[in-house]
Design a protein around this ligand. Structure first.
Ligand SMILES: [Zn+2]
Length: 344
């Protein structure tokens, strides 16, 4: 399989059912699986997920939290106003974390050129000891810890979901071996992700937030990547790139107000694939987060998969003034933290 892209996904993700009318519904993954079955993606091998081990989960979540979720396995439980477990949820959550770990492993061992963990429930809002925002286990964080233990000295997590990944930020806030970068709508759920949240202690400067007002599109995301994320990432020299790949910044998404298109998501994947080629032999693993308009989700995931298989996509030009201002504020916050971002 070396040289190709691996998609790790599983029908058992459909058994996580937060209930009628919930946006994070099994229909999301059903749509993705049907689309890929109808027209298989080029140069992509599909694999089933495996359960994350207790030890893998406990690199991020305390044993007491894992045990509390496990005890609810097989039952229905409401964990917060948005986050519900159904009888199949605990298995799905452990499979989602396991898929993210295997996506990282596949790229690190050279079994695949890059990988996409097509999972649910999503993960980036999950705190070490708290489920929230549709998330039970923090899949990307568990994958980053697995990468560190497998020998990656520095891991970059780029979170392009339209919501800020409060859980991932918290987990790595005091660490300088994991650089967390997020572009998100702000002010918005979950309320975190201001430009001056740059990490704490030894991790000061290893958190990069680019909060944007609603209404920003492909050109704006292009400016964020080219003028902020890529220069910060190059200075960090990652040995692996993980993406919290949510597709809810899409113009058609019902939960948010951004205007990104399939092309924009492909361009984000494209510059990160290029960054991974430059810095770490192409080691890139995407982990699915949000994305709630089914046609937008399937089209955007397909566009990202085409990029993983080798297609290049560029951002259009012409960012809005509000985006340039936000980039300036993020750069100023990092400069004040003693981690000035080099000019692109
Ligand atoms: Zn989201």
């Amino acid at each position: 399989m070396s040289g190709s892209t691996i998609v790790i996904t599983d029908k058992r993700f459909l058994d996580h059912d937060p209930g009628d009318g919930h946006p994070e519904s099994p229909a999301r993954l059903e749509a993705l699986l049907e689309d890929l079955a109808r027209v298989p993606a080029t140069d992509v091998a599909m694999e089933e997920a495996r359960f994350a081990t207790d030890a893998e989960i406990e690199t991020v979540h305390p044993a007491a939290y894992r045990e509390a979720l496990a005890a609810r396995g097989g039952h229905r439980a409401r964990l917060d106003p948005d986050t519900v477990m159904s009888p199949g949820s605990w298995d799905a959550a452990r499979l989602a974390a396991g898929a993210a770990v295997e996506a990282v492993r596949a790229t690190m061992t050279g079994r695949a050129r890059n990988a996409f963990a097509m999972v649910r429930p999503p993960g980036h809002h999950a705190e070490p000891d708290r489920a929230m925002g549709f998330c039970l286990l923090n899949n990307a964080a568990i994958a980053a810890e697995a990468a560190r233990r497998a020998g990656a000295a520095r891991v970059l997590i780029v979170d392009w979901d339209v919501h800020h990944g409060n859980g991932t930020q918290d987990i790595f806030a005091a660490r300088d071996d994991v650089l967390y970068m997020s572009v998100h709508q702000y002010p918005f759920y979950p309320g975190t992700g201001a430009a001056d949240e740059v990490g704490v202690g030894a991790g000061r400067g290893a958190t990069v937030n680019c909060p944007l007002p609603g209404g920003q599109g492909d050109a704006d995301y292009g400016a964020v990547f080219h003028d902020l994320f890529l220069p910060a990432a190059r200075a960090f020299r990652p040995e692996l790139v993980i993406v919290s790949a949510g597709f809810d910044a899409h113009a058609r998404d019902p939960l948010a107000n951004m205007r990104v298109s399939e092309r924009g998501f492909a361009a984000m994947a494209s510059v990160l694939a290029q960054l991974a080629d430059e810095t770490c032999g192409g080691k890139l693993a995407l982990v699915l987060e949000g994305g709630y308009d089914l046609p937008a989700l399937t089209a955007s995931v397909r566009a990202a998969l085409e990029v993983l298989a080798g297609r290049h996509e560029d951002f259009p030009g012409g960012p809005q003034a509000a985006t340039l201002e936000a980039i300036g504020a993020a750069r100023a916050a990092l400069r004040a933290a003693g981690r000035a971002v080099p000019k692109s």
